[in-house]
Design a protein around this ligand. Structure first.
Ligand SMILES: [Zn+2]
Length: 262
């Protein structure tokens, strides 16, 4: 990347996807992110996710910038590659380095489907859109381990685009509902992990975009077309905070592409 460095400053971004974080928990429990917002180091806003407000369609929309009806991914149950180019594909096409510590559905959407754990759990292949990956397939995979996986990838590969996809909040929401202390505690845990890692990322020259794919309701579900399921919090941290904040989840891919210039 020396030639890039001599022409324009290299941009690096961590995309943090906090699965299932609602607006209510985002406002109440993410005190570290609120502190950054208050200090002018982050920009907070809220965005509208897709319908149906389910994870696999939302991931596809987030990574490709296309809504479910456009890319054909309308449900969680049908593993397939996202037909539209993802931000990872665009980045790799321009010679940037990509990495992800993420749930295995991300590997299916972006790299290969179906997911074969013995082949895909640890991914190192420069020809794949997510070239370096550590993918988990257990919904109860601890967020703390997940952030360590991401840090391992960051140190080893110095990616221009790193996805950190934590499932702990969604898992607690399904088990206990959005009105529970357990759900809020899972959000607090994620905020604490960001308190630990965001300063390291910023010091290393990264910006960060923290977003959720969908909310959660009191029944422990996020299927219905309600505001509590569909509205999601979004923080732009570091240099990326000066860019126009998206109002819809499908606009996030364009923001990332513009920031990374891909
Ligand atoms: Zn869920």
């Amino acid at each position: 990347m020396d030639s890039l460095q001599t022409e324009i400053p290299v941009k690096r971004l961590v995309l943090v996807l906090l699965d299932g974080l609602s607006i209510a928990a985002g406002r109440r429990c993410m005190s570290c992110l609120a502190a950054l917002d208050e200090a002018g180091q982050a920009s907070y806003g809220e965005a509208s996710s897709i319908l149906p407000p389910l994870s696999r369609p939302a991931y596809a929309a987030l990574f490709s910038g296309r809504p479910p009806l456009s890319n054909g991914i309308l449900h969680n149950d049908f593993p397939s590659l996202c037909p539209a180019p993802t931000i990872f594909q665009k980045a790799v096409n321009l010679g940037l380095v990509t990495a992800a510590a993420a749930y295995f559905w991300v590997s299916e959407l972006c790299n290969r489907a179906p997911f074969i754990a013995e082949r895909d759990r640890i991914t190192d292949d420069a020809n794949l859109p997510i070239s370096h990956g550590i993918f988990y397939s257990c919904d109860a995979y601890p967020d703390e381990e997940l952030f360590r996986d991401a840090e391992y990838l960051r140190h080893k590969h110095l990616p221009h685009l790193l996805l950190v996809h934590a499932m702990g909040i969604d898992f607690a929401g399904h088990k206990f509902g959005a009105d529970s202390r357990e759900y809020r505690d899972a959000a607090r845990t994620a905020d604490g992990l960001l308190a630990r890692y965001l300063p390291l990322w910023l010091a290393a020259g990264y910006a960060a975009l923290v977003v959720s794919d969908h909310g959660m309701d009191g029944e422990g579900s996020h299927y219905d077309a309600t505001d509590e399921n569909r509205r999601v919090p979004l923080w732009l941290v570091g240099e990326v905070r000066n860019m126009t904040r998206p109002c819809r989840l499908v606009e996030v891919a364009d923001l990332i592409a513009a920031y990374l210039r891909v």
